[in-house]
Each structure stands twice: as C-alpha cells, then as structure tokens.
Design a protein around this ligand. Structure first.
Ligand code: GLC
Length: 512
C-alpha cells in the first residue's frame, strides 16, 4: 500500500547522533540503519544526517556536498558562526548499504572526538547538529518533507524550526516527528536531581552556543513540545511514559499531547540477523532444523573457556551494563544460581564500572562457568544468540529492546521483565496452554527474576518442550515491514498537522 498523495511528499530526513555502520553506541544506531532502509523500501527518499566523528573514515563513496556552511551561534562575543562542511555518502547499490547519509563536519566538535557521547560540551555539539541540519537544508536542493529526529540530542531541532526559523519560506514547510528512544536521558545533566533554577520549562529561546544555560536545556522536553508528532519505540512504552512511574517528569506534557503520541515497535534488520545466512556464526541453521545450534553452543563454550557441557543451561547477556537493563537484579541473583544449578553465563558489553567489576569478579570465581567480554562488540552477540539457550533482559524500563528480538530469531529463549517493548514482544510460556516464546516476570525484584530463571531452567530439562519454545520464538515476525507502514501513517499525519498550521497562519495574515 502506498499512500503518497503528491510526488513531492516523499522525502524523509532522519537526524540522529548515531547510525550504523558509521557510528553506533547502542540500539539507536541499529534503528537508524534499518528504519530508513525500510522506509526506502516503501518508496520514500529516506536519508540520514549525523555528525562526522573521528571514527568515520574517508572513502570514495563519501564526497563533498557543501563546503563552508555557516551555522549561526548567536554568540554575542566570540564566533558569530561555526564553519562546517557537509559530506554525502551514497551507497553503490549493495543490498546491505545504508541509505544516503549526510555528515556534518566540524573539526573541533566532531572530527576530533573519538566517541559519540560523553563530553562536557555535548549540548553545544548537539545544538550545532540540530541547527547545522537546518542551515544545510536552506542551501540544499534536496529538501525533506519531514524530519524525524531522535532523542534529547536532536530535540533542539523542532524547537529551532518552530521558533528561530518559523518564517523561513523553505524550512517552515517541513514537518517534524520527534522519536523517543529513551526518556531516561534528557540532557547532559541528571534530570532526576535538578535545582529549581536549573529547570527548563522549554519556553525560553535556545541560548547562544557559548551561554552556560545551553548545558541545562532539556532536549527531550523541547522535542516533545515543538514537534508536530511524537513517537516512541513500542506500544507499551508509549502508554507507560504517560504515567508518573515511567514518565521521568514528562508524563504530564506527554499526556497533554496524547493525540499525537504514537508507539511503533522497532523491527530488527532481517538481513543482518538471519541464522540461515549469517557469516559470523560457525554453523548456520533455520527453523526447519535447529540441530546445529548444538555445535554453536560448543563453539561458544570453547571461545569463552567454559566447560564443554551440552547439558549446562547456557545463558547469554548482550547489553549495555546499566541500571536500566536490570543489572542490580542480575547482581543479586546470578552468584547463587551459578553456584547451585548447572548454569553457565556469557556476558558481553560495557557500561557502569560497578557492574563490569561484578562480572569480572564472578568470572574470576567461576572461570569455567562465567565467560566475559567487557566491551562493546558487534560480533559476539551473534555467537551468543546462535549458541546460547537463553538470554536475560530484566529491564527496569525498556523503550523497545532489540536484543530479545535478535535472540528469538536465533532460537535463544528470552527471560524478560514485562515492560515496554519486552512486554510487546515476548509471551510467557504456559505449560497448560503449551504456548509462549519466553519467560516473563512482572515485578522488578530479585525473587521474581529468580523464579522466572528457575522456570526456564526446569523447562530446559525437557528437550521436547524446550524445542517447542525455541521454535515459537523463531516463528515471530520482527521484520520492519509492518512497523514501516505505521511510520508511513505517522509521517503523513505530521505533514498534515504542519500544513494545517501553515494554512491557518496564511489565512490569518490575509485578514485585514
Ligand atoms: C534505546 C532503548 C532501547 C531501544 C533502542 C532503539 O537504546 O533503551 O530499548 O531498543 O533505543 O530504539
């Protein structure tokens, strides 16, 4: 189904701080690769714009698009503009190539930075991105009909568009969608402990780049307030964030804008996550015959120095090591589980020091049962999901979550907390109904998690039952197709809202 009304309504620009394969720190980077590709498949001219970090190397596919772009800083003293370049990546038609991607280049703020996040001047870097995108469009012959910007870093973009640039004839026709991938991050500060004088109500104009107030701006609130439409990455999280428990202080403003808040579940990239055609794993397999998972399990045990034991319940964890991901609960339950049951653990990822230390200590104590790789890695999650029996995702909150979907596509049975996207993707196994594709617990506490792990462990002992659960999980459809159709509707809704507002404004100005 195509619902284009006019030829000109076909251009979408995604603006984000990360997009695979150029830069990725987490799930956002994966979505910024696969969602634009899914929209392109629907017929849209979907493109991405992001900063050019140090890690993004030159290639013949990346060419100069605009040299010497002047981005106003509003600084009263100091540089009135920052000079940037825009480079453009264009794929060579390779089936896995990302969509056309623009890079905003600035030596000081991006090209000298090895990491995506974590600098004291991040708000300046993201305000520069938001404003740089708009300044680029002003001089570009390619003008999007809608901009979809992601998370607090690019919440400034709809804000600039609806204030500073509202009378610009070219820019004012562009509709905006603000995507919330994580409400837990709202700016460079900790929004949970904020003094009253640092509170940003979102109404003041965006300060100049060298004004310290810029560092206190709440990008999430501004994105929510100024965008034509808002979405988050699962249906359940969309409902949850309108409650005080999950709203992170945004529940009231989100409820006010309820009519334009949508929940659209992420998909995963089916080409990169396909057990029957995955060059990263040793033994490929498909739902028709999953017997070679056994060999993958052996390979995984081998790689991590674990005891080669087919009967051990091998649990994989591929995650950011953060409180959000339920690591406090893992700390509570894992030591006794490893001690008491025939359980093995493989954990990969990085994050907070205390959680990394916990896994390091657990590994030191049980080297044959606990394997670790304490850094972000793109390959090991494939090995884990091809060989592990189960994966653990006991999140405190989870906007969407991608790893449970990746795991399930490979027949690794997820154990998850019933929240956000996890609630929308995993069905608790029921021995009476004999259905379900994972193990789900509700209450965020250690005993609830423990019970669900023990339930999984018990069912794992029955090969037939376990195979049934694995196959149920592999049967699930997590491809982007149906979600992309929902984005299509959202995009058209945003365009209509902006068009109506423009028409209203024009009508008013016609009146004497
Ligand atoms: C964030 C969320 C995660 C989501 C991802 C992509 O990392 O924490 O739940 O899957 O964004 O949308």
């Amino acid at each position: 189904m195509k619902i284009f009304t006019k030829k000109s309504r076909q251009k979408i620009l995604f603006v984000a701080t990360e997009a695979k394969p150029f830069a990725r720190a987490g799930g956002l980077g994966s979505v910024m690769y696969s969602l634009p590709r899914a929209m392109a498949k629907l017929g849209y001219d979907a493109r991405v714009m992001m900063p050019r970090y140090l890690s993004i190397e030159d290639s013949e596919k990346i060419t100069m698009e605009y040299e010497g772009l002047e981005v106003p800083t509003d600084n009263e003293d100091g540089d009135p503009v920052f000079i940037c370049n825009v480079k453009k990546y264009q794929g060579n038609g390779d089936k896995n190539a990302p969509v056309t991607t623009y890079f905003l280049e600035n030596m000081e703020y991006y090209e000298q930075r090895a990491n995506v996040y974590g600098y004291a001047d991040d708000p300046i870097r993201w305000a520069l991105l938001s404003r740089g995108v708009l300044e680029f469009i002003k001089v570009s012959s390619w003008v999007p009909d809608v901009i979809i910007s992601a998370d607090w870093q690019t919440g400034f973009l709809p804000n600039y568009l609806k204030t500073t640039y509202k009378d610009d004839p070219k820019l004012s026709t562009i509709a905006t969608v603000f995507s919330i991938h994580n409400l837990g991050y709202q700016g460079s500060f900790n929004h949970r402990y904020l003094s009253e004088s640092d509170y940003d109500d979102g109404h003041s104009s965006i300060p100049s780049f060298n004004n310290p107030r810029l560092l206190k701006l709440n990008g999430i609130r501004r994105g929510i307030m100024y965008a034509d439409a808002i979405n988050t990455v699962s249906m359940t999280y969309a409902k949850e964030i309108m409650t005080p428990e999950y709203g992170e202080g945004m529940d009231a403003i989100l409820s006010e804008r309820r009519g334009v808040v949508h929940g659209i579940l992420n998909g995963i990239d089916y080409e990169s996550w396909d057990p029957s055609n995955d060059p990263l794993i040793e033994h490929q397999f498909s739902i028709e015959d999953i017997s070679s998972r056994k060999a993958n399990k052996e390979a995984l045990q081998n790689r991590f120095g674990l005891k080669g034991d087919a009967s051990a319940f091998l649990v994989g964890i591929a995650s950011r090591f953060k409180q959000q991901k339920g690591f406090d609960l893992l700390q509570e339950v894992l030591p006794s589980l490893v001690n008491e049951l025939n359980i093995q653990i493989v954990a990969v990822g990085e994050g907070d020091e205390k959680y990394m230390k916990f896994f390091q200590d657990l590994h030191n104590q049980y080297p044959e049962r606990v394997g670790i790789e304490l850094k972000f890695d793109e390959v090991i999650p494939h090995l884990i999901f091809a060989g592990a029996d189960s994966t653990l995702i006991p999140s405190l909150f989870e906007p969407s979550g991608l790893t449970q979907m990746e795991a399930m596509r490979f027949g690794t049975v997820p154990i998850v907390r019933k929240t956000g996207g996890l609630a929308d993707t995993v069905i608790d196994y029921s021995p009476t109904r004999k259905d379900g594709d994972g193990f789900v617990f509700e209450k965020f506490d250690a005993s609830s998690l423990l019970i669900s792990i023990v339930r999984a462990y018990e069912n794992f002992q029955n090969i037939k039952i376990w195979k049934g659960i694995q196959k149920n999980s592999m049967k699930k459809d997590f491809s982007w197709e149906s979600s992309a159709m929902k984005y299509q509707k959202l995009v058209h809704k945003a365009i209509k809202i902006n068009d109506d507002a423009l028409a209203k404004k024009a009508g008013k100005s016609l009146k004497p």
